[in-house]
Design a protein around this ligand. Structure first.
Ligand SMILES: [Zn+2]
Length: 151
């Protein structure tokens, strides 16, 4: 029952949400990038491109809700402008597309988004080898108890 990295067994791990939001990536981005020897092509690319900070933070950013309303308005507005040049069918297909995306987005926000957010919140980052992992449920509970005890 520990929060050690399953890849390298280091206990130098941190909650992923804290790492992303707390700026761990900006101060330790180089270490994380160099540590990624064979695990992830994305991390290797990030470390060589020199923009590892934003890339890593973006790669592991929290899941976001679909912008159903603003996205729909954007599509309809764009297709309306386009229809001035190309004809009414562009506006009509824009409305249909906006409606379809609204349904998909609404379903995602209602069903998948809360689950993805919970999964993301449960993830940990290894500060030694940059492995992203989810500790088992027991470890997570033990961590919570320990955190409460220290407070
Ligand atoms: Zn590790």
């Amino acid at each position: 029952m520990d929060l050690a990295c399953p890849n390298c067994r280091s206990d130098n791990t941190q909650k992923l949400s804290l790492a992303v939001e707390g700026g761990t990536f900006s101060s330790k981005a180089t270490t994380v990038g160099v540590g990624a020897t064979g695990g992830s092509a994305g991390l290797m690319a990030a470390s060589t491109s020199g923009s590892s900070t934003s890339t890593l933070a973006q790669k592991h950013a929290a899941p976001e809700k679909w912008p159903v309303i603003s996205g729909g308005i954007g599509i309809i507005a764009t297709s309306w402008i386009a229809s001035l040049f190309a004809g009414h069918w562009v506006f009509l297909s824009g409305c249909v597309l906006a409606a379809i995306l609204a349904v998909i987005g609404w379903k995602y926000n209602l069903k998948d988004y809360p689950r993805e957010l919970a999964e993301w919140n449960a993830k940990f980052l290894c500060l030694r080898c940059s492995e992203i992992f989810t500790p088992d449920r027991g470890a997570e509970d033990a961590f919570a108890v320990k955190a409460e005890a220290t407070n």
